[in-house]
Design a protein around this ligand. Structure first.
Ligand SMILES: [Zn+2]
Length: 292
């Protein structure tokens, strides 16, 4: 039987505080994908909190498939801290690349400094993910291929390519109607990210599910790739002409009035301008403090 897929976009967890334009701080919506055949299914990026895991788990259960694997695209905790709960509920294996598994360990280490300071209800998150031979696993005879694309919003990003669906689950390499997290490109610029986009494009997908997407938009691969590239070009331009983080934040909103995730835009602006304004200081600490 042919595969199908369905996408669930979660609600961000509650958060305190406001942005410079008076809007409440709110994390970006994150998308999980269920790829399924007649009996079995694979889930991607299951989210962060217990509440998100319960709602997503009920959505998965309603599809009536046997969940064999949960795939994680990259190490950032918003994509996987809830993986253990879902794995336990459905008896599924957690799968990721070796590079992502190393980044997941880093996210666990940063929990008390970052994630647990901002969000309530993140469950225990031991790293139980395993690699698969040749970065490849199978769903009812169809290949699911883990493609390592290098640095994008994090180090060692991967995407999941399902050739028989013309589909790429792009994690945070491609975005769709949501502000992009550029904080970890503060040193070295967006060249590696542009290379990663090129690697996704080379797979020739028709559809792309983005880790952060506006659920009102379609999943056309050509459009999402184009918009992601354009967002990086705009960021480069604004970094040249805007002198402050607030200036950058306001100018981006002016250019992207409908984009979701202004919290991430503000964190990004603080990181990019923080690194620029404090040469020689510890970059990791500046990027971390831009969240707090
Ligand atoms: Zn993310």
């Amino acid at each position: 039987m042919d595969l199908s897929y369905d996408v669930f976009v979660n609600d961000p967890p509650p958060q305190d505080g406001f942005l410079p334009n008076g809007e409440p701080k709110r994390f970006s919506p994150m998308a999980s994908t269920l790829i399924y055949g007649r009996e079995d299914a694979v889930l991607t990026d299951p989210g962060m909190t217990k509440d998100q895991a319960r709602v997503l788990g009920d959505w998965v259960a309603a599809r009536g498939r046997n969940l064999t694997d949960i795939f994680i695209t990259h190490g950032h905790g918003d994509h996987w801290f809830a993986a253990g709960l879902l794995a336990e509920r459905f008896g599924a294996r957690v799968v990721a690349s070796a590079g992502t598994i190393a980044q997941m360990q880093g996210s666990v280490a940063s929990r008390p400094l970052l994630w647990d300071k901002l969000y309530q209800g993140i469950p225990p998150s031991p790293v139980t993910a395993v690699t698969v031979p040749d970065n490849r696993f199978v769903l009812e005879g169809h290949d699911l291929v883990i493609v390592e694309v290098g640095h994008a919003d994090a180090s060692d990003n991967t995407v999941l390519h399902i050739p028989d669906l013309g589909l790429v689950i792009a994690g945070d390499v491609i975005y769709n109607g949501v502000h992009m997290y550029l904080g970890q490109s503060a040193v070295g610029g967006f060249g590696p990210w542009r290379d990663a986009i090129g690697k996704v494009e080379a797979l020739g997908p028709r559809h792309i599910v983005c880790g952060h997407q506006d659920s009102r938009l379609d999943d056309d691969a050509k459009r999402t790739i184009e918009h992601t590239r354009h967002y990086l070009d705009d960021a480069d331009e604004l970094l040249r002409i805007e002198n402050t983080a607030v200036g950058y934040f306001n100018a981006k909103i002016e250019r992207y009035p409908d984009y979701l995730g202004q919290l991430i835009l503000w964190v990004t602006a603080r990181a990019l301008y923080g690194v620029r304004e404090h040469p020689g200081e510890d970059v990791g600490r500046i990027v971390l403090s831009s969240w707090l």
